[in-house]
Design a protein. Structure first.
Lengths: 281, 332
């Protein structure tokens, strides 16, 4: 077909022009972005070269934080929960918390454990306050087969589902392995609260943002231990740098058969447990 | 180019330009610096001030207490677990000294089937009979071993030793003739043994007492202690008026946990204060406050006392009956 239909010819001409227009517009935008990127790079370089990040005494590329829980040592005193709330300005109700301790009790003749935590009504009644926590001695006269406490907190996963679902880039994983929330960018949609398979996040109604454990990032970057580890009287909570082979956490992970919670979710959690029972998830 | 096409292109260009300007304007400078987040938020979070200050911070002022605590069984329980977060202390005031120790201590030590067996646990109701834990246990050095070692001595031998060496100052019947020297009659034997042994070893020094205590054998000390403990503490009221007993009663509420409400304590490791000589009490309290007499517990509790508080306390205890309240009531 040599003779081209004039209508088709016109269409071809239009498409050519449109193609060119798109190319040029793309080039302009591309060039603009490139200039923009270069200016950002130019801005960031002096900072990166002139000192460490995020503070002048602390370089986040030199650490790989991790956390251990020895459930066989926990006595359920809940000092960690109270210390965490003091340290991190968590709303003063029993139902908002960054870390918590679960109690598992297997009674004789029952196949499932009874599980409760400090915000169970029985335990709120035992403490008599929403700000102070204690476990009610509910099982002192019961026939207990087996019972233990399990401290829990954010697992600071390598592939965190919460970060994946955040629509605004308000939550992210730092280079030293801590998952943080930027409260200025958080719009409070709470997708991340839903996404976390561990229930580690909660909605902070006072600040109208999502909230969770930061491993006390403001403490660990100053050479201190997280508040919960600092106050634990029995050493059930261990924190440290996996890159430092002599650190408490390196030894904990090396010397114990550790496991993580819900590995099948693919989040690759970073809190290592010792002494969990089969029913602990 | 047809007009409508040109217009379309113009609209598209304007849209893309506006969109990229908006994105540039609304995105924080640091947003893509390290990833899909605002890099500046990391130093913002790292800059928060710690609330818990660690035991090392407390040590800078409370070194004596810190030394005792860190050498004993509660060294894994940091200061702020019981006394609260230290940020703003001492600028913004004192930290609390827990009053209800039965509640506080039971957080860790109440017997529960969920707790690991290695944790020291007691059924609180049976163990203490409703008393506060610090009646017997020093929270900074909780183990009682040695503190209330039983005292076994010979009262008669103690009596003759007393007549030979001590009676000239402490009185024939252990009731001292002046208000600066302590009454010893009716005092807890375990306390007397501890104090005499401290003079002997040099842990506690006194111009008069040190040379007198040094030649005493361990047996002498035991004999003396049981002798004084066997005497009646009833003494004539002292003449000195050092302070206001009513005002002292309010201050004494802080001492009641160890020394009893009226200065008659239930733990033999700690002295009875009721009916004691007021000038002696003033001198001892000031010595504790100045660090001349060494005791971590007393150093802590006397640190905040003014001279007036001390005088009032001494007046209050001097005015109390030295016998337990029940015995006083039984008298006709």
């Amino acid at each position: 077909m040599k003779e081209i239909n004039p209508a088709l010819a016109a269409r071809r001409k239009f498409l050519k022009k449109l193609g060119r227009a798109v190319t040029y517009t793309g080039a302009v935008i591309g060039a603009g972005t490139l200039v923009n990127a270069q200016s950002t790079a130019a801005k960031s370089e002096p900072g990166a070269a002139g000192g460490s990040f995020p503070t002048k005494d602390y370089d986040w590329t030199k650490h790989r934080w991790s956390y251990g829980v020895d459930a066989t040592k926990c006595i359920g005193c809940l000092r960690c929960v109270e210390a965490c709330k003091l340290e991190n300005d968590v709303p003063a109700t029993a139902h908002h918390f960054r870390t918590w301790v679960e109690r598992y009790v297997y009674l004789e003749g029952e196949d499932k454990p009874r599980i409760d935590s400090h915000h169970d009504p029985v335990n709120i009644e035992a403490s008599g306050s929403q700000r102070e926590y204690r476990f009610a001695n509910s099982y002192k006269d019961a026939k207990v087969d087996k019972a233990f406490f399990v401290p829990k907190l954010c697992n600071h996963c390598l592939h965190p589902a919460c970060v994946q679902v955040c629509p605004t880039g308000a939550t992210y994983r730092t280079k030293d392995g801590v998952v943080l929330i930027d409260h200025k960018y958080c719009i409070g949609c709470a997708y991340c609260v839903q996404a976390c398979p561990y229930g580690a996040r909660f909605f902070n109604y006072e600040k109208q943002v999502s909230d969770k454990c930061t491993w006390c990032y403001h403490r660990i970057t100053k050479g201190l231990q997280p508040a919960c580890v600092e106050v634990c009287p029995v050493g059930a909570r261990i924190f440290g740098d996996l890159d430092d082979k002599k650190s408490a956490i390196s030894q904990f992970v090396r010397n114990n058969r550790v496991r993580v919670l819900k590995p099948e979710t693919g989040n690759a959690p970073n809190v290592y447990y010792v002494g969990l029972d089969k029913d602990v998830i | 180019m047809p007009k409508h096409i040109f217009r379309l292109i113009v609209v598209l260009v304007v849209f893309f330009a506006a969109a990229s300007i908006a994105k540039w304007y609304f995105t924080a400078d640091s947003f893509y610096k390290y990833g899909h987040y605002r890099a500046d938020s990391v130093p913002e979070i790292a800059a928060q001030e710690p609330v818990l200050q660690t035991a090392r911070y407390c040590q800078s002022c409370h070194s004596e207490r810190h030394a005792q605590w860190s050498a004993n069984n509660h060294k894994s329980v940091t200061c702020e677990v019981c006394h609260g977060a230290a940020r703003g202390h001492p600028q913004n005031g004192k930290l609390p000294i827990p009053k209800d120790t039965a509640k506080l201590c039971s957080l860790c030590h109440e017997a529960m089937p969920e707790r690991p067996r290695t944790q020291p646990q007691v059924a609180v109701a049976q163990h203490s009979g409703g008393q506060q834990c610090i009646v017997c246990h020093n929270p900074h050095a909780p183990k009682l071993a040695g503190v209330v070692a039983p005292v076994a001595g010979d009262v008669a031998a103690g009596g003759s030793k007393h007549a030979a060496s001590c009676a000239s100052c402490h009185g024939e019947k252990g009731i001292s003739p002046n208000d600066s020297w302590p009454n010893l009659a009716g005092q807890h034997a375990a306390y007397l043994v501890r104090i005499l042994a401290a003079y002997k070893s040099g842990d506690q020094k006194d111009v008069v007492m040190t040379p007198l205590a040094q030649p005493l054998s361990t047996e002498d000390i035991q004999n003396l202690a049981v002798y004084y403990a066997s005497l009646s503490c009833v003494a004539p009221p002292s003449q000195s008026r050092v302070g206001d007993a009513a005002a002292g009663k309010a201050v004494a509420a802080n001492c009641a946990a160890c020394h009893g409400e009226t200065g008659v304590g239930s733990n033999p490791a700690w002295p009875n204060l009721a009916g004691q000589k007021p000038v002696y009490l003033v001198n001892v309290l000031k010595a504790f406050r100045a660090g001349l007499r060494k005791d971590p517990m007393m150093a802590g509790v006397t640190r905040g006392l003014s001279d007036a508080d001390i005088a009032n306390l001494a007046a209050y205890y001097a005015a109390q009956s030295c016998q337990p309240a029940t015995q006083v009531r039984n008298k006709p």
